[in-house]
Design a binder for this molecule. Structure first.
Ligand code: ZN
Length: 125
């Protein structure tokens, strides 16, 4: 069984991953606004709350499906709340920050053995 968790903002079809390509209409969110709207129409929509993790603030899957049906009927207008777009933007920025931290961590992990070998070579001479 396919585990859909997002609705395509272009055609209303269910899809996997809010920022992924829609297999139905081939639409892929690219602009910041499209990415924000896509995240709002996803079960992944969450807000940073406290040290225990993020609070999920997404609509229920039933609500998302009915929004999807409205889009499918050609009623392209989805009333996005300014607050939702703002929070989606914050979440996207958080993803960007996490991937930068992952990059730095990756560099440290990869260079540490090399540095260790260099240090050993210097001290063993
Ligand atoms: Zn689509």
């Amino acid at each position: 069984m396919i585990e859909y968790n997002s609705i395509c903002i272009n055609c209303g079809h269910e899809k996997i991953g809010w920022n992924s390509l829609c297999s139905f209409c081939k639409f892929e969110p690219k602009t910041r606004r499209e990415l924000c709207e896509s995240l709002v129409l996803s079960l992944d929509f969450s807000v940073e709350s406290n040290e225990y993790g993020n609070e999920n603030i997404s609509k229920s899957w039933g609500e998302l499906l009915s929004i999807g049906n409205e889009i499918k009927r050609g009623d392209r207008f989805v009333n996005f709340l300014a607050r939702d777009i703002y929070l989606a933007e914050k979440q996207i920025d958080r993803f960007a920050k996490i991937s930068f931290a992952d990059f730095v961590f990756g560099v440290i992990v990869l260079t540490a053995p090399v540095l260790l070998v260099l240090v050993l070579l210097v001290f063993l001479k």
